[in-house]
Design a binder for this molecule. Structure first.
Ligand code: FRU
Length: 491
């Protein structure tokens, strides 16, 4: 297997420049979100602040916009704003990772960052297994696989071959590895290994929660503390949609409660979908040098084709978000550093009466809006984005239905419509509403009321469109809006 994949890589290396050229011409490519120059990106991996720099790895298949043999691609940044592309970190060339180097996290240990990943293995009869592996990133930027890989071979009794996405942390001199898993009865679970040195691991058991029958597989688990509370984040597959929740093919939740590491009992007080948008999956968090809990996520969904596929690239990562808790509500804020992206600024304020106000003609679709609506006396009000004569995306606050909606039905280019064209969340009308929006070519991130509700989505405007921004109110509402053009953060 090892030599086979090496041979394929060599034979195909000539194709990459051509793919890159094709993708580069695409005006949907973002300018300040992390994205692949070509090929398909999915989960963020190995997030770590190491040796004075932020490292982000991500799942990547180079040879086209498909979920092929996964590598770990690598970018780094001094400031979470300006990103530099580095050589591929992990290429799946070994027997223990014969069908891809899958997702995982990172820790810093002594003078290295340890990258944990799953060696995905498939057999001819269609069955699969998983090995948990380690690679070392040194201060010179070199990544080397652990000579004794896999650190964990195979899966524990009682689980199918779907055991993956190691997230490692240290507590009281012991290292713990959390993995997403599928029980033999085809329900999702989290399992834990422990280790004295982060290299030799022993199976400890399953995390016990009240969520016993919650989907058929839990991917990309994460665990951390905020305000003394324990939080798990994971991506369950197979959850039915209900009300405002779980409308994407797969969804992501966070659960807040208290976790007993000895007995692996997690008492869940509260859980909720993290992001209410169309395109959000497999997030990962890490703690940085300032003690902030930061999160990146994949802006995409598995098993869905995207309009950019025809240009030979797919997907992007969210902006880095700083997490906090307000009671049991998770608050997500774009990190402060992102203000460094701002260039031209403009302020618009006034009162909307019954009809649409037009505030900007051609935005070039790389901008931020930071605004407040107040003196609300309207049944509906909001913004029309990517707005042209022919199309628009609506962010609507509905005071009668007490909900906020992101609606991409009005765009000409549609995809994944079988999962609906509107996403929503409960919203209680209050005196004022704060809205912060980041638009980056074909990406939108909407943060409402300081990040209490977040929508992340891809929107593909027609190529020739001169998109603008409009405000609307059915009734009257006052607004105060800062507009910032945003500059490039990644080549
Ligand atoms: C989530 C996921 C992970 C897996 C990776 C493979 O999107 O399915 O569970 O490690 O993607 O690319």
């Amino acid at each position: 297997m090892e030599s086979t994949y090496r041979t394929i890589l060599q034979a195909r290396s000539g194709e990459l420049e051509k793919l890159k050229e094709m993708a580069k011409k695409d005006s949907w490519q973002p300018i300040y979100h992390i994205y692949p120059e070509y090929g398909l990106m999915n989960d963020p991996n190995g997030l770590v602040h190491f040796n004075g720099e932020y490292h982000v790895f991500y799942q990547w298949y180079p040879y086209g916009p498909i979920h092929g043999m996964k590598h770990w691609a690598h970018v780094k940044s001094p400031d979470l704003v300006n990103w530099e592309r580095l050589p591929v970190a992990i290429t799946p060339t070994e027997e223990y990772e014969s069908h891809g180097a899958y997702s995982g996290g990172a820790i810093v240990k002594e003078d290295k960052a340890l990258l944990f990943y799953t060696g995905n293995v498939k057999y001819e009869d269609g069955s699969r297994s998983a090995n948990q592996c380690v690679a070392f990133l040194d201060k010179g930027g070199i990544v080397e696989k652990y000579a004794d890989n896999p650190a964990v071979r195979g899966v524990p009794n009682g689980y199918t071959g779907h055991v993956r996405d190691p997230k490692v942390w240290k507590e009281n001199d012991t290292y713990y590895m959390l993995l997403g898993a599928q029980r033999e009865n085809e329900t999702g679970a989290l399992i834990v290994y422990e280790s004295p040195d982060a290299l030799s691991w022993t199976f400890k058991g399953e995390v016990k929660t009240k969520l016993k029958d919650f989907g058929y597989m839990w991917e990309c688990p994460d665990y951390f503390k905020l305000d003394g509370k324990d939080i798990f984040v994971f991506s369950p597959q197979g959850i039915q949609s209900e009300g405002h929740n779980y409308h994407n093919i797969y969804n992501v939740i966070y659960a807040v409660g208290s976790f007993d590491l000895d007995t692996l009992t997690f008492d869940v007080d509260y859980y909720r979908e993290i992001d209410k948008g169309f395109d959000f999956y497999a997030p990962q968090t890490f703690e940085d040098e300032h003690g902030r809990r930061l999160m990146f996520s994949w802006i995409g969904n598995p098993d869905v084709t995207y309009p950019s596929d025809e240009h030979q690239w797919a997907h992007a990562l969210t902006l880095p978000r700083e997490l906090a808790l307000d009671g049991n509500e998770l608050i997500q804020k774009p990190v402060e550093e992102l203000k460094k992206l701002r260039d031209a600024a403009a302020n618009f304020r006034g009162k909307l009466e019954s009809e649409t106000t037009y505030i900007d003609e051609a935005t070039n679709n790389a901008y931020e809006i930071d605004m407040t609506f107040k003196d609300i006396n309207a049944n509906e009000f909001g913004l029309e984005l990517f707005s042209s004569k022919e199309e628009s995306t609506l962010l609507t606050f509905d005071t009668l239905k007490q909900e906020v909606r992101l609606d991409r039905e009005g765009m000409k280019i549609q995809y994944a419509t079988e999962y609906g064209t509107v996403r929503s969340e409960a919203w209680t009308p209050t005196e004022k509403v704060d809205v912060r929006i980041f638009v980056d070519k074909s990406i939108i991130e909407v943060y409402i009321n300081g990040g209490r509700t977040v929508f992340t989505a891809r929107i593909f405007p027609q190529k020739e469109s001169k998109a603008g921004i409009k405000l609307f109110a059915h009734g009257s509402v006052a607004y105060d809006l800062e507009y910032y053009g945003l500059r490039r953060g990644i080549e």
